[in-house]
Design a protein around this ligand. Structure first.
Ligand code: C2E
Ligand code: CA
Ligand code: CA
Length: 638
C-alpha cells in the first residue's frame, strides 16, 4: 500500500478544523474532569507544538490545583482544630456566642447561649428582639446603646452587663462582649461576641455564698410585679455580734463557723424561701403571708437555731439578733424602695428595742423616724456649737449623809428647745455613731469636776465620778485608751472613776464586753451594772460579770412602799447582790418612805430626786446641801 499524500486545499482545511475541534473537546473535558493530557492525530507540526505547549501548561495548572487543594485541606484541618479549641474554651468559660447580621437585623445564638438560660436552642436566625426582650426593663436601653455605639464607631467594643430572665423566670446577670466586622469600605457587616454568666459574682455574697442585695432587689421587683398581688412579708434579721465569732480565732475558722450557721438557718426555711445575705450581717427573706402569727411560726425554727451557741474552735459563742417585718396586704401595692424602707425601719425599731426583739412596720414608725432625724440634726448642731452639757446627780450614803460620788448625765443645749434630756437623743446618737464625740465632749466637762476646788471643799477628794457607757462605746476596743488619755490630760486618778454599763450592752457581745471590762477594772476603774431589774435581768449573769457595783433600776423601786410583792422582789435582789459582795446603789428614790424602807433592807447608797435632781455644776454648788445622816434601822426606834 502506497502512503496517501497529505491532503491539500479545502480537504486539509477541513481536517485541520476537525483536529482543532477534537482538541477543544479534550480541553473542555480536561477542565471538567481534571484530565490533563491532550492528544492529536494531526500531521500538522504546528498543532503538535500547540498540544505540547498546552500539555505543559495543563500539567502546571494541575500541579497548582493539587497544591491549592492540599493547602485548602490543611487550612480546613487547622480551622476545624481551632473551632474545636474555641468551643472548648467557650464551654470552659461557660460563655455563649451571639452573632448579629447587620443588614438583615437578625441574630444567631449558639446552643450554649440558649443553654445558659435554660432555653431550647433556636437553631435558625431570630430577630434581635428575641434577645433584647428577655433583658430587664431597666437594662435594655444600655444594652442597645452599647451595641449601636460600637456599631457607629463611638466605642471600641461592646462591653456591658445586664440582667436577663432565664427559662424559670429567675434573673441572671450577664456580661456581654462583642466586636464588629466591617467590609473594605468600613461598613459594618456583622457583630459577634460572647455572653458570660456573672450571676455568681454579682448576685452572690462572697462570705456566706448566699444570694446578695442585688438579688433581693430583683426578687422584690419580681414579687411586686405579680398580679394579683398576694399578701407577702419582707423579713430582715440581723445578727448583732458576729464580731465575737472572730475574737481570738483564725479568720478562716470564724468564716467556716458563720457559713455552717447560715446553712443551718437555711435548712430551717421551706425550700421556696430564699435566704439572702445583706451587709452588716443582716439576712432577708420574703414570705407569702402578712399574718404575724404565721410569720411567728415560720421564723421560730430559724430563731431556735440562733438561740444555740455557735461552736468554734472548741469555744461556744452566743449570737444575739433582732428582726424587722414589713408585711404587704393583698393588692396593697408599694414600690420596691418603699417596701425596703419599711423593712429597714422595722429592723431599726427592733434594734432600738431589746436584743431578740422583732418589730413590725407600722405608719407610726414614720413619725419615729422623723423624730430621729430631727434629733440627729440637733445632736450635730450641739456637737458643732458646744451644746453638750454635763449634769451631775449625787449618790448619797444615806446612813452618813456623805457623798459617795456623782453620776455624770448628759444634756444637750438647743437654742430653740433649751436643755434636752438624754431620752430624746442618746439612742439616736448611739445608732448614728455620734455617741462617741458627744461622750468625749461630756468627759471634757465631767473630769475637771474631780479637781474642781469648790467641789473639793464641799465633798472632799475621794468621791467617785460615774460615767455611762453606751453599747457602742463599751465594745470599742479603744475605750480604755481613750479613758486613760482623758484622765491623764485632766490629772485624774483612775480610782476615782467608775463606768456604768447596762446588761443589754454586755449581752450584745458578752465575750468582748467581759474582756474589755476586765481590762478596765485591771486599770483601777470601777464598773457598775446599770439599770439592774429593768429588762430581762438574768441573775445568772450577776455571778460572772466583772464588776463592783449593781445599780438597781428605779423601775424596781417605783411604788414599792404600796406593793408588798414588789418589796419581796426588791428585798431578794438586794440580798443576792450583797451576798455576792457587790456594792448596791438604788436609783429613783423620790420619797422618804422609800428611803426608810431601803434602809430597812440594808441599802445605804441612794441616788434619787429625794436628794437631788441632776444639776449643772454651778447649780449643784449653789443649791445642793450635804444631807443629814438618815437613821439606820437599828437606830430608827431609839
Ligand atoms: P441612767 O443612767 O439610769 O441615769 C439615771 C436616770 O434616772 C437619769 O435620767 C436621772 O435623772 C433619773 N433619775 C435619777 N433619780 C431619779 C428619781 O428619783 N426619779 C426619777 N423619775 N428619775 C430619776 P436622765 O438624766 O434623763 O438619763 C436617762 C438615761 O440616759 C440614763 O439613765 C442613761 O441611760 C442615759 N444617759 C445619760 N447620760 C448619758 C451619757 O453620758 N452617756 C450614755 N451613754 N448614756 C447617758
Ligand atoms: Ca447610769
Ligand atoms: Ca440607771
Amino acid at each position: 500500500m502506497s502512503e496517501q499524500p497529505p491532503p491539500t486545499g479545502p480537504a486539509r482545511e477541513a481536517r485541520l478544523l476537525a483536529d482543532i475541534e477534537a482538541l477543544r473537546e479534550q480541553l473542555v473535558q480536561a477542565a471538567s474532569a481534571g484530565a490533563c493530557q491532550l492528544q492529536t492525530g494531526s500531521d500538522e507540526p504546528a498543532l503538535h507544538e500547540l498540544v505540547g505547549v498546552s500539555n505543559t501548561l495543563l500539567q502546571d495548572l494541575q500541579h497548582r490545583i493539587d497544591e491549592h487543594k492540599a493547602s485548602c485541606e490543611a487550612l480546613e484541618k487547622r480551622l476545624e482544630a481551632r473551632t474545636e479549641r474555641l468551643d472548648l474554651v467557650l464551654t470552659a468559660t461557660h460563655d455563649g456566642v451571639w452573632e448579629w447580621f447587620i443588614s438583615s437585623g437578625e441574630i444567631e445564638l449558639s446552643q450554649r447561649w440558649s443553654n445558659m438560660l435554660g432555653l431550647p436552642h433556636a437553631g435558625s436566625r431570630q430577630p434581635l428582639d428575641h434577645w433584647l426582650s428577655r433583658i430587664h426593663d431597666d437594662d435594655r436601653d444600655q444594652v442597645e446603646r452599647a451595641l449601636y455605639q460600637h456599631l457607629d464607631g463611638l466605642e471600641g467594643a461592646v462591653n456591658v452587663e445586664y440582667r436577663i430572665r432565664d427559662a424559670r423566670g429567675a434573673w441572671r446577670m450577664m456580661l456581654c462582649r462583642g466586636l464588629c466586622q466591617r467590609d473594605e469600605g468600613g461598613e459594618p457587616v456583622c457583630m459577634a461576641g460572647t455572653q458570660t454568666d456573672i450571676t455568681e459574682h454579682r448576685l452572690r455574697d462572697p462570705l456566706t455564698g448566699l444570694p446578695n442585695g442585688t438579688y433581693l432587689e430583683l426578687l422584690l421587683q419580681e414579687r411586686l410585679g405579680r398580679r394579683p398581688l398576694m399578701p407577702m412579708a419582707l423579713v430582715k434579721l440581723q445578727l448583732l455580734n458576729v464580731a465575737s465569732l472572730f475574737d481570738g480565732v483564725a479568720v478562716e475558722d470564724a468564716i467556716a463557723a458563720l457559713r455552717r450557721l447560715v446553712q443551718r438557718m437555711r435548712r430551717q426555711l421551706p425550700p421556696r424561701i430564699t435566704l439572702i445575705a445583706l451587709p452588716e450581717h443582716t439576712f432577708a427573706m420574703i414570705f407569702d403571708t402578712d399574718s404575724a402569727e404565721a410569720l411567728e411560726t415560720a421564723l421560730q425554727p430559724l430563731e431556735a437555731v440562733l438561740a444555740e451557741p455557735v461552736d468554734i474552735d472548741g469555744q461556744q459563742v452566743w449570737l444575739s439578733h433582732v428582726s424587722g417585718v414589713a408585711a404587704l396586704r393583698r393588692d396593697k401595692a408599694v414600690s420596691v424602695d418603699e417596701w425596703r424602707h419599711q423593712s429597714r425601719l422595722a429592723l431599726a425599731a427592733a434594734r432600738a428595742a431589746d436584743v431578740g426583739s422583732r418589730r413590725h412596720y407600722s405608719d407610726g414608725l414614720r413619725h419615729w423616724e422623723r423624730q430621729n432625724s430631727r434629733a440627729e440634726q440637733r445632736i450635730r448642731a450641739a456637737l458643732a456649737g458646744d451644746g453638750v452639757r454635763c449634769f451631775l446627780q449625787p449618790i448619797v450614803d444615806a446612813g452618813t449623809g456623805e457623798i459617795d460620788g456623782f453620776e455624770a448625765l448628759m444634756r444637750l443645749y438647743d437654742p430653740c428647745e433649751g436643755i434636752m434630756s438624754p431620752g430624746s437623743f442618746i439612742e439616736i446618737a448611739e445608732r448614728s455613731g455620734l455617741i462617741s464625740p458627744l461622750w468625749e465632749m461630756l468627759m471634757e466637762q465631767a473630769l475637771p469636776v474631780l479637781k474642781d476646788p469648790a467641789m473639793r471643799d464641799a465633798y472632799g477628794e475621794s468621791f467617785l465620778l460615774s460615767i455611762n457607757l453606751s453599747t457602742r462605746q463599751l465594745l470599742d476596743p479603744c475605750l480604755l485608751d481613750t479613758l486613760i488619755a482623758a484622765s491623764r490630760r485632766h490629772g485624774v486618778s483612775f480610782q476615782r472613776l467608775q463606768v456604768e454599763v447596762t446588761e443589754t450592752s454586755v449581752l450584745s457581745d458578752p465575750v468582748k464586753a467581759f474582756r474589755i471590762l476586765d481590762r478596765i477594772r485591771a486599770a483601777g476603774i470601777g464598773v457598775a451594772l446599770d439599770d439592774f431589774g429593768s429588762g430581762y435581768s438574768s441573775l445568772a449573769q450577776l455571778t460572772s460579770l466583772p464588776m463592783d457595783t449593781v445599780k438597781i433600776d428605779r423601775e424596781l423601786v417605783r411604788n414599792v412602799t404600796t406593793l408588798p410583792r414588789k418589796r419581796h422582789v426588791l428585798a431578794a435582789v438586794i440580798e443576792l447582790c450583797q451576798r455576792l459582795d457587790y456594792r448596791v446603789v438604788v436609783e429613783g428614790v423620790e420619797d422618804r418612805l422609800t428611803l426608810e424602807m431601803l434602809c430597812d433592807l440594808g441599802v445605804s447608797d441612794i441616788q434619787g430626786f429625794y436628794y437631788s435632781r441632776p444639776l449643772p455644776l454651778e447649780r449643784l454648788l449653789s443649791d445642793f446641801r450635804r444631807p443629814q445622816p438618815f437613821p439606820q434601822p437599828h437606830l430608827a426606834g431609839n
